[in-house]
Design a binder for this molecule. Sequence first.
Ligand SMILES: *Cc1c(COP(=O)(O)O)cnc(C)c1O
Length: 399
Amino acid sequence: MKIYDMPDLEGHFGPYGGTFVSETLIAAIDELKAQYLHYRDDPKFQAEFAYELKHYVGRPSPIYHARRLSGFLKGAQIYLKREDLNHTGAHKINNTVGQAMLARRMGKQRIIAETGAGQHGVASATVAARYGMECVVYMGSEDIKRQAQNVYRMKLLGARVVPVESGSKTLKDALNEAMRDWVTNVQNTFYIIGTVAGPHPYPMMVRDFNSVVGRECLAQMLEMAGQQPDVVLACVGGGSNAMGIFHSYIPDESVRLVGVEAGGEGIATGHHAASLSAGSPGVLHGNRTYLLQDSNGQIIETHSISAGLDYPGVGPEHAWLKDTHRAEYVAINDDEALHAFHTLCRMEGIIPALESSHALAQAMKMAPAMDKDKILLVNLSGRGDKDMATVAEYSGITF
Ligand SMILES: *Cc1c(COP(=O)(O)O)cnc(C)c1O
């Protein structure tokens, strides 16, 4: 099997990735890179991380064979990697635990984070409480209105939520504000990024912390099915749950990797968040990658039924996997995701996150055309409890 050893020392995945930050952050980035590379190979750090994942997060998450759903579709067998069963209900906690442990070792007492839907804010506030650290979360004031419950959760966990009033008052503005805070308070502050984006080493580091998911799958699939899956599918917002499950499978080219972006109201309408399917290369949030931008390089507002996929960029490693054709990227629109959501509820008694429902919808599209002995493994990145109001609204039901 080919060895996959990305990124290079400067954080490049082919022409993507890198470190595009202001002069004032270079020292902080260099310190982070040196410390991460040290602890990545430190058996004590890795042992503590494994302990936390087991006893705090609740890993390993099981794999579930969705037999009724597979039978209904009359095709390939669908298996679900149950990241929805993690503490706080999604894969994001894997990464925030890792980064908070690193922050502690670096002597940083203060955590900052940016959040759109609030999920990464909650995961960051959770680990800050767990380790007794101060936590400040930047959130666009529009998002604060739309995600009142997550704002309340963050506050319960002891975090301070700072409304961002600039620009479109959403995620990209919150990211800029978090960067600004980091520049100002770099001595005592650790910036926890919530996906495989940002300047090097974040895309690599966040991937490494999430790659426990794919490593577990390698062992669990052999045990359950006696073979590896034919296809691995995951939704792609920034791309952290997808990189988490893809990473261990990249060297095994007999396994197809399919990333599923948010097609929103359809790519042709322009109301979507499909950076890889419909974007072009540029620089955002400290790295070079595929972006949704206009002809002047201005970032375009995105749309998706799932707030967690509503991001105008994507991690640079996905840009590389797309260009080299090691992974395929497709888009699923709001209606298709909602249909998959309802189907899993009724067929298996599992309420998935709307983000994860995009990956599931793609599996449901592919399964009927495949033989019954083929296997589709879907990363069920989170649970749908947070999405009740959205689903009710789209379905025209009062909640
Ligand atoms: C945040 C989130 C995502 C999208 O983030 P990625 O970095 O693309 O994984 C997907 N699923 C769930 C449940 C989320 O909370």
